[in-house]
Design a binder for this molecule. Structure first.
Ligand SMILES: [Zn+2]
Length: 175
């Protein structure tokens, strides 16, 4: 499966993802392809819409204490739903679809999530710290929301300016 990361300002990222009904080979191929894209791009999380598939699918690979991403720590979430949330935490987030930009975003500190695994079995997880933040970031993607959509008006303006400049530089350096 040939998957490429969709980058802002592509309108595809605003699309609301659809519930997964079939837990078949096609879904497994998508999940495996997403894993390769995420690891090759040094990401810790990826939603299917970021590779142009509008499905309620996301994956997470939080590094261990040594900073290693282990395949056995991979979490695949299909049709996730937050059932409990509490507290508040701020973390400097980035996104594979908004390269080279990082900003502080406020999220819930702890969450409980119900979801399905790749075989359609119901799973439940309680998360805090980076895992909690990453889940909330990826779940936003399923609604067509990017972390930059959560910035204040003035910070968003600053972002648009910086991002345009960076894209211009990227283009000119490719010549
Ligand atoms: Zn993202």
């Amino acid at each position: 499966m040939n998957l490429n990361i969709v980058e802002y300002p592509d309108k595809k990222l605003k699309e609301k993802s659809l519930k997964v009904e079939l837990f078949n080979e096609e879904l497994h191929t998508l999940l495996d392809g997403m894993y390769n894209v995420m690891i090759n791009s040094n990401g810790i999380g990826l939603a299917a819409i970021q590779v142009a598939h509008a499905k309620r699918v996301l994956i997470l690979s939080i590094p261990d204490e040594e900073g290693e991403q282990n395949r056995e720590d991979l979490i695949e979430m299909i049709n996730p739903l937050i059932t409990k949330k509490s507290g508040e935490s701020v973390y400097q987030e980035g996104c594979l679809s908004v390269p080279s930009f990082y900003e502080d975003i406020v999220r819930y500190e702890s969450i409980s999530v119900n979801y399905q695994d790749r075989d359609g079995n119901t799973q439940k997880i309680e998360a805090d710290g980076l895992l909690s933040i990453a889940i909330q970031h990826e779940m936003d993607h399923l609604e067509g929301i990017l972390f930059i959509d959560r910035l204040s008006y003035s910070r968003r303006k600053k972002f648009e300016k910086e991002y345009k400049r960076m894209q211009k530089e990227k283009k000119s350096s490719k010549i």
